[in-house]
Design a protein around this ligand. Structure first.
Ligand SMILES: Nc1ncnc2c1ncn2[C@@H]1O[C@H](COP(=O)(O)OP(=O)(O)OP(=O)(O)O)[C@@H](O)[C@H]1O
Ligand SMILES: [Mg+2]
Length: 308
């Protein structure tokens, strides 16, 4: 459905995208996972024609995006990272505005608006001004606006950042429902849990490059890490934890009174870790060996934490 080849984009001296290629099949939910500044929004903006790449090719059903702009744009829905709504207008009025831009009118627009507001759980607030909405509700209106013209592919740029858990769960349910109806979606996030939970395939992006791509299962298979050792301390100075970090280069994530060690050999790394903790007089509160997560795969590939 969508093929992007060798995309480059610089903003003056910043190389935001450095040879990004990806393809998305019909009906697929593709996740772009990466930390702040990785190039997620730049990728979305280029794939949706808001931004021109310095070079590279984008094809929708084999046709070039920039040579068939109008035709391609009809297929595309975008939920931008920045909320794009008129605060002084009600939800209905905002959606009418967007609908008119897409060329939808009259009864058809009204029907579609009502149907989508109900789908996103906002029917009872539809006549209220946007400025009275919570962040999560605004985000849901943004999703509604992106769906008005029945797009074939929808891009969602970090749709759950900074919102309440209720809206977040509702958005997950909506995405899963849209996925089960066969809509093609590209979803960006810096939350590995979201990518793990929602996406058929995940592209891990860092510093403008896709450093790995595949289903969660395939990413795990390709990783040399087999397990994660999670250790919680009653009270551990950060300095001591960072010292442990030095004994396992690129394998340890340090948080407050906690560390996670990614390992391909728990049988030798676990005793070594316990010995280091004992030597440093660090009282262990809890220790658990878990299956690996995207977080350790990201650490393995980039040498840093997704949460930095
Ligand atoms: N308009 C711009 N002018 C200059 N530099 C930019 C501009 N937009 C983005 N950048 C830079 O390009 C790089 C990629 O930014 P981008 O917004 O695509 O990242 P992102 O993955 O979406 O990050 P976030 O998770 O913070 O949304 C960053 O280094 C950013 O500072
Ligand atoms: Mg972004």
């Amino acid at each position: 459905m969508l093929v992007a080849k060798n995309l480059y984009k610089s903003y003056k001296e910043v190389h935001a995208l450095n040879n990004v290629s990806l393809s998305v099949q019909e009906g697929e939910l593709y996740g772009l996972l990466g930390p702040n500044g990785a190039g997620k929004t730049t990728t979305i903006n280029i794939l949706t024609s808001l931004l021109k790449p310095n070079s590279g090719e984008i094809l929708y059903h084999g046709k070039s995006l920039f040579e068939n702009l109008n035709q391609c744009k009809k297929m595309i829905g975008v939920v931008p990272q920045e909320i794009a709504l008129y605060e002084e207008l009600s939800a209905i009025e905002n959606l009418k505005f967007w609908g008119t831009l897409y060329g939808i009118k009259g009864k058809q627009l009204q029907q579609k608006t009502e149907e989508l507001l109900s789908f996103l759980g906002l029917s009872d607030r539809k006549n209220h001004k946007i400025k009275t909405y919570s962040g999560g509700m605004k985000r849901r209106i943004n999703i509604t606006a992106a769906l008005l013209h029945d797009p074939k592919i929808v891009f969602m740029d970090e749709p759950t950042v900074g919102i309440d858990p209720q809206s977040r769960n509702l958005i997950f349910e909506v995405i899963q429902e849209l996925h089960s109806r066969g809509l093609t979606m590209i979803y960006t996030t810096h939350y590995m849990e979201e990518a793990e939970r929602l996406c058929d395939r995940i592209g891990i992006i860092d510093e403008g490059k896709i450093v790995a791509e595949g289903s969660l299962e395939n990413l795990k298979k390709a990783s040399t890490i087999k397990e994660e050792i999670h250790v919680k301390f009653t009270n551990a100075p950060k300095e001591d934890l960072l010292n442990i970090n030095n004994s396992f280069p690129n394998q340890v994530l340090v948080q407050e009174n906690q560390l996670v060690l990614s390992t391909s050999q728990a049988n030798t790394d676990l005793p070594k870790l316990i010995q280091l903790c004992t030597n440093a007089n660090l009282p262990l509160e809890h220790l658990q060996v878990k299956n690996l997560s995207l977080e350790s795969i990201f650490l393995e590939l980039t040498g840093k934490s997704l949460r930095d």
